[in-house]
Every structure is written in structure tokens, then in C-alpha cells.
Design a protein around this ligand. Structure first.
Ligand SMILES: N[C@@H](CCC(=O)N[C@@H](CS)C(=O)NCC(=O)O)C(=O)O
Length: 229
């Protein structure tokens, strides 16, 4: 496995010399990418510490005290510790009054719904596709599991493709981008990427148009478009 070479981001300091916001997590994690992309959208200063997989740290008592799951990402924001990437996105966007987390209850719930769908349905469906094709040497791949995951993930993406096509919106939930676009955009990278291409993957025109649009966001280009490792 190659180490990701993106240098840590050193944001401008506050008057005391510290960033209020600290992020723990390796940059090749899909869940960390969500947070880093959002931070780019919000233009927030932060410090990041590599953690997880080859960087370790997640089993250290001090890290476990923050995040007993031993997973990444974790954030600390002015003394408040939070884990679960989708919750982190909701928290940061809400705290900074960003329209990325809409104020109206219905629009907010709809964004929440797609984020929950990623956690409950899409993520488990596509996991073996990513892990098999990206994190497993070719001669050790369980291609039956990879193909089953490609089929299951395709069924999920077909649903989102139909949703986007039916509404004709530029973003998942309407005319404006939300945190749901960030979450699903990070996962769409794992569907459209050449790294995971296997025979028979269906083409989804509406999904591809949406993916091209969010793919132009600077946060996507910086953190998500990079080669998957
Ligand atoms: N539901 C959690 C999942 C967290 C998770 O599983 N993160 C993975 C990286 S994507 C992880 O920590 N893997 C172990 C490691 O990096 O050591 C979230 O969305 O934050």
C-alpha cells in the first residue's frame, strides 16, 4: 500500500497561535475525506494529525479516550470531541450556519436521509468492491465477493440515478449543494474511479452528470479526486 503524499494542511493561526479545530485521520480514508472536503467548503482553519492504519495512534489510550471505536475521523473543536463522519459534517455546517446543512426541517431531514442511507445501505453494499480492488493485491482478490459488491453497489447507485433523473436537479436534493452531496460524492469516487472498474458495471447518465458537477468543487479536487489507496 502506498502512503498518501498530500502534505498536512497548516491553516492560519488564531491570535493565540492555535487552530480551534483539530482533525485526526489519514487522508486516504473515505470518512476523513468527507470532513476535509467540507472544511474546504467552509474555508475553516484546522490542524490535521495522521491517524489510522499505517499511522497507528487509534489504539493509544489518549485517542481511545476521545474515540472509543478506535476509528477515524475524530475532531476536537474548542474542547468538544466528536466522531462519526456524517455527524461531524452536520455539526460543523450547523455551527457555522452553512446552507450546506439546510435550516428548513424538511430539507435538513432529506439531507440526513441520504447520509443515513450511505451508512446503512450504500457503504456496506460497496465495501468489498473498494477493499477488493484497491486494498487487496490482485493475486489475493476474492473476485466473487468483488463482483457481488459491484452488483449490490450498482443497485444502490441505480436508485440515486433514478432520483436525480426524476427531479432534474443539479444536486441530490435540489438547486443547492448539501452535506449529502459531499458524503455521496466521496462514495461516488469509489464507483466511478478506474481503480475499481470491473466488467459489467452499468452506466448511470444522471448520476454521472451530478458527479461531474460536484467533481469540480475545489474540496473534491483536493481531497477526493486523488488516486485511491
Ligand atoms: N461510521 C464511521 C466509520 C469510521 C471508520 O470505519 N473509519 C475507517 C476509515 S474510513 C477506520 O477508522 N479504519 C481503521 C483505521 O484507519 O485504522 C464514520 O463514518 O466515521
Amino acid at each position: 500500500m502506498t502512503r498518501n503524499t498530500i502534505p498536512p494542511y497548516h491553516a492560519p493561526r488564531t491570535a493565540s497561535g492555535d487552530c480551534m479545530l483539530k482533525v485526526w485521520g489519514r487522508v486516504n480514508s473515505v470518512n476523513v475525506k468527507k470532513v476535509l472536503w467540507l472544511l474546504e467548503e467552509l474555508d475553516l482553519p484546522y490542524d490535521r494529525v495522521d491517524a489510522g492504519m499505517e499511522f497507528g495512534l487509534v489504539n493509544e489510550p489518549a485517542y481511545r479516550a476521545m474515540n472509543p471505536n478506535g476509528r477515524v475521523p475524530t475532531i476536537e473543536d474548542d474542547g468538544f470531541v466528536l466522531w462519526e463522519s456524517n455527524s461531524i459534517l452536520r455539526y460543523l455546517a450547523a455551527k457555522h450556519g452553512s446552507p450546506l446543512y439546510p435550516a428548513s426541517p424538511a430539507a435538513r431531514a432529506s439531507a440526513d436521509r441520504w447520509m443515513d442511507w450511505q451508512l446503512s445501505t450504500l457503504g456496506p453494499a460497496e465495501r468489498n468492491l473498494f477493499w477488493g480492488m484497491v486494498r487487496t493485491p490482485a493475486d489475493q482478490r476474492d473476485m466473487a465477493a468483488v463482483m457481488a459488491a459491484a452488483k449490490a453497489a450498482g443497485e444502490c447507485w441505480a436508485m440515486l440515478d433514478a432520483h436525480i433523473a426524476a427531479h432534474g436537479w443539479p444536486f441530490i436534493d435540489g438547486e443547492h449543494m448539501t452535506v449529502a452531496d459531499i458524503v455521496l460524492g466521496c462514495y461516488a469516487r469509489r464507483w466511478f474511479g478506474p481503480e475499481v472498474h470491473v466488467p459489467g458495471m452499468p452506466h448511470f447518465p444522471a448520476l454521472a452528470a451530478w458527479y461531474a458537477a460536484i467533481g469540480a468543487r475545489p474540496g473534491f479536487r483536493r481531497w477526493v479526486a486523488v488516486p485511491m489507496t
